[in-house]
Design a protein around this ligand. Structure first.
Ligand code: PNS
Length: 160
């Protein structure tokens, strides 16, 4: 496989995401982690902050870069020579929507979607759940990369 994309909101990146990037980097020659710019959705971190944290986190992975996109993912793929979308599947609850998107994306431009079964260590986490737990003082230690942890705690504090 040549160039693949791992798309998402990454608000912020979690250890579950990092596990998917690491495994994707073994499957594809080149991987782009692409942050969706969605002005309609409120977020804890700006797109620039999310990109900065992602760049720190993927720095040890030699064939992984970080970018942002808006609009349709398939158009980003076509414009950037990307032939596969790689995503983590956590549980059956992810499956319906992910399958729907994969089928629509294939119909639109024949881009393939490859699902990686997430590491069971992280299969119950999502950025939204971590934000909820962190907001009320629960520990998120070990669930986000070290470079994200301090920033995450500070951002949640300043939201209170
Ligand atoms: O981390 P998320 O928010 O679950 O990621 C969802 C994402 C960004 C992968 C998905 O919403 C997406 O691909 N959005 C881009 C717009 C698009 O292409 N929509 C049509 C999907 S069939």
């Amino acid at each position: 496989m040549r160039k693949a994309v791992c798309p998402g909101s990454f608000d912020p990146v979690t250890n579950g995401h990092l596990d998917v990037f690491t495994r994707a980097s073994d499957l594809a020659d080149e991987v782009v982690v692409a942050v969706l710019i969605n002005k309609k959705k409120s977020s804890l971190f700006t797109v620039e902050e999310r990109i900065e944290m992602l760049r720190d986190v993927v720095a040890p992975l030699g064939n992984v870069t970080v970018d942002a996109f808006h609009g349709l993912l398939v158009n980003y793929c076509t414009d950037n020579g990307i032939t596969a979308i790689i995503k983590g599947l956590r549980a059956i609850s992810d499956f319906d929507y992910e399958l729907q998107m994969a089928q629509m994306n294939y119909r639109l431009t024949k881009v393939e979607t490859i699902f990686i079964s997430t590491n069971p260590l992280y299969s119950y986490i999502s950025s939204s759940l971590l934000k909820e737990v962190g907001t009320y003082g629960g520990s998120i230690e070990g669930l986000v990369p070290d470079v994200v942890h301090g920033r995450f705690v500070e951002a949640l504090k300043s939201q209170r």
